[in-house]
Write a protein that binds this ligand. Structure first.
Ligand code: DGY
Length: 327
């Protein structure tokens, strides 16, 4: 059987696959073009994709032998999941294994923005450190602040645990309310109105998936209703925020700062964000630790191995949906 891995990966994933199948590994970025996937996918039984690969309906239809797409990411908005379901192609992702790394990254962004680390560090590097002074880079402390978490899945909850350690007040909005024990454990209060959460938070951290409902969830109107001085953190998906609207809110000092790891049109970053004040920008590194990326590669590979070796759906380590059409 033949497996296409769209680009080199850390960890043992590729070895696990190569021990069993004929594996082709693409070059970095090679399969970010739909046309390249279309001309290649035809003879493969499994695809190990990255979030930058557009696994569209056309690609899935062209994959005449394709039985599984295993995405090297927890998010799978790059895959037309509905088309995959219709075609009976399984889709797997890499949940759980990247939760802590991504929550660390979101919290690092929060600390960086709250304490203005980027500007402070670059001033020092540029020779501008002229000694301690009472007004040097005054930031915002996190202690006692109200954090609003949108999307209380695994990563949202891991972020909440970190916020709890910093004695913050935790509020959240989620499609489904958590169990009372989970709320109690996290000391988190549910807010049914997303607008109320946005308006009342000192810090807003986004951890929801990108769906038609969450696209531009943070828009100009909602940004204008955030507290002045509020900080917004996004380690989820770029299109959850209307980027030009965020850039104007920062330039006009409607809000206090933003920490972003993801962008609407990656790898492009809106030019007005690059010049915005107190805006800390990372190149989509939420899950980028050696430990996590190794676990992701092993998990993505083992989903493929389980499926190609005929195990039932429930034995596939990280399946996005239950099969709707039998093989
Ligand atoms: C994911 O897994 O969805 C992350 O964004 C990748 O780092």
């Amino acid at each position: 059987m033949r497996v296409l891995v769209t680009e080199p990966l850390p960890g043992k994933g590729i070895d696990l696959l190569s021990n069993r199948y004929e594996v082709t590994v693409g070059q970095r970025g090679e399969f970010d073009r739909e046309s390249r996937l279309l001309e290649t996918i035809g003879s493969y039984d499994a695809l190990l994709s990255c979030l930058s690969n557009p696994v569209s309906r056309k690609v899935l239809e062209a994959g005449q032998n394709l039985r599984i797409v295993s995405n090297f990411a927890v998010g799978y908005n790059n895959i037309d999941v509905e088309a995959a379901k219709e075609l009976g192609i399984l889709v797997a992702n890499t949940p759980d294994v990247l939760t802590e790394a991504t929550a660390d990254c979101a919290f690092a962004l929060l600390l960086g923005v709250a304490r203005r680390l980027r500007d402070a560090e670059s001033q020092l590097r540029n020779g501008g450190f002229d000694g301690w002074h009472p007004f040097g880079f005054l930031g915002t402390e996190l202690y006692g602040k109200r954090v609003g978490i949108i999307g209380m899945g695994r990563i949202g909850r891991a972020f909440a645990r970190r916020a709890r350690g910093f004695s913050m007040q935790i509020y959240y909005h989620n499609r489904n309310r958590l169990d009372p024990q989970d709320e109690q454990q996290l000391d988190a209060q549910y807010t049914s109105s997303i607008d109320e959460l946005i308006e009342s938070s000192d810090i807003l951290s986004l951890h929801c998936p990108l769906t038609p409902d969450t696209k531009h969830l943070i828009n100009r109107d909602r940004l204008s209703r955030m507290k002045s001085g509020a900080i917004i953190i996004n380690t989820a998906r770029g299109p959850v925020i209307d980027e030009p609207a965020l850039a104007s809110a920062l330039h006009e000092k409607q809000i206090g700062g933003a920490g972003l790891d993801v962008y609407e049109k990656e790898p492009e970053v809106h030019p007005d964000l690059l010049t915005a004040p107190n805006c800390l920008l990372l190149p989509h590194i939420g899950s980028a630790t050696t430990e996590t990326r190794s676990r992701m590669s092993a998990l993505a590979a083992s989903s493929i191995i389980s499926h190609l070796s005929g195990k039932p759906d429930h034995a596939i380590p990280a399946l996005v949906f239950q099969r709707s059409k039998p093989e």
